[in-house]
Design a protein. Structure first.
Lengths: 185, 209
């Protein structure tokens, strides 16, 4: 990024090659729509390029990149009428006893992190993810999808580590609740 | 600690972000709570679900991004190897440079030192004579005792003495030259008082033969 700031086009091409898949994936997970994801991902790279003259390496580049990416997707979602803080879906489906009547791949005898989900369940999951409040979705996606630590997620979102911990836990509960409702419906 | 209070710590444990104290509490709780063990596996499963939402990079995504960046002027221009005016001259200039380099290196090869073969009196060069075991020591084509001939430009100026010496050495190299018929048949043996134009002069073969 510093080389690009000094006028190296090749540096930006290298940066694009390294990160464009992550950016597209993040935009896809945040918007849940292919064309919206492409539009948002293009906007993310435009913002990165525009920000180059004032870029200061105060944090890891990826942390800064996801900060830009999150703001770009947030703006995009606001422009497309998403309010960013939806009413939590947990109010109806919360399992007071801690058990959700949902059949997910893995919770039986297999490793849940190595099981490929069926298309139908995947579709339901994508819908449920899109219904999370934006702040919760961003925290969950950045941590579980892009591999950022709680601390890095906190930097991206501008909140405390404890807030990240709570958001991710709430995101999990909401997803399980929503998928449970789909199963029982 | 009750189930409701420990769920957030279970979530952090699943992400590998729990403190040592929290992790110990979670392990202790899970050991005795079947419901929370199920919840812990469900939490892992939804985490894995996010990674399976991958999407794919759209076709021509790169072109679209770079096109927008260039239209905004947000991207430095690609550096050109040749200025526009010289672009068409690049190929012939490169070819000429390559040819020149080839010629230079070729001349270098010719200039490399080559063993000089001795010059015989006939103007021929002969290969250096290697000693043959059991045979007399070969006579060098040019005796070291003979002072090096003076040169004028590229031609070798030989004195009369040098020429005689070389002729003798040729004979020593090739004793058959004494009896060479070709030379003898070509000779005119003249008796005193004869002239080369005399009609009585015998021709062909040795006199008296």
């Amino acid at each position: 990024m510093l080389l690009f700031r000094e006028g190296s086009r090749e540096a930006f091409e290298e940066l694009f090659s390294r990160h464009h898949r992550s950016v597209v994936r993040f935009a896809w997970r945040m918007t849940g729509d292919p064309s919206a994801a492409e539009e948002a991902a293009q906007e993310i790279f435009l913002r990165i390029a525009r920000a180059a003259p004032t870029y200061l390496p105060t944090a890891k580049f990826t942390t800064w990149m996801y900060t830009v990416a999150r703001r770009a997707t947030l703006n995009y979602l606001r422009d497309t009428k998403e309010d960013g803080e939806k009413v939590p879906i947990l109010s109806e489906g919360e399992a007071e006893d801690g058990v959700y009547p949902v059949q997910l791949p893995g919770p039986g005898d297999r490793n849940p992190e190595q099981v490929v989900w069926e298309a139908q369940l995947m579709e339901r999951f994508r819908t449920a993810l899109g219904e999370l409040p934006e702040g919760h979705r961003a925290a969950f996606v950045l941590n579980r999808g892009d591999g950022l630590s709680y601390e890095e997620v906190a930097q991206v979102l501008g909140v405390t580590v404890q807030a990240v911990k709570t958001r991710i836990f709430r995101a999990r509960e909401m997803l399980l609740s929503r998928l449970s409702k789909d199963v029982s419906a | 600690m009750g189930c409701r209070d420990i769920r957030e710590a279970i979530s952090a444990c699943v992400d590998g972000e729990a403190s040592p104290e929290e992790a110990a509490s979670v392990r202790e709780h899970l050991a005795s709570c079947e419901r929370c063990r199920v919840l812990e596996r469900q939490m892992r499963a939804v985490g894995a679900g996010v990674r399976q939402v991958r999407g794919s990079v759209p076709d021509r995504f790169r072109e679209a991004v770079f096109s927008r960046l260039e239209s905004e002027g947000a991207l430095p221009k690609r550096k050109k190897v040749f200025p526009a005016a010289w672009r068409w001259a690049a190929v012939p200039l490169s070819a000429a440079a390559g040819l020149g380099l080839f010629l230079l290196t070729s001349r270098e090869v010719v200039r490399a030192p080559v063993p000089q073969a001795p010059v015989t009196s006939r103007g021929e060069t002969s290969a250096p004579v290697a000693p043959v075991p059991g045979s007399p020591v070969p006579v060098p084509a040019v005796s070291p005792a003979v002072p090096p001939p003076s040169t004028q430009g590229n031609t070798v100026a030989l004195s009369t003495e040098d020429r005689e010496m070389i002729a003798l050495l040729d004979i020593l190299e090739d004793p058959a030259a004494f009896d060479a018929n070709d030379d003898a048949e070509g000779m005119d043996l003249l008796a005193p008082g004869d002239s080369a134009d005399s009609p009585n002069r015998p021709r062909g073969g040795r006199s008296g033969a």
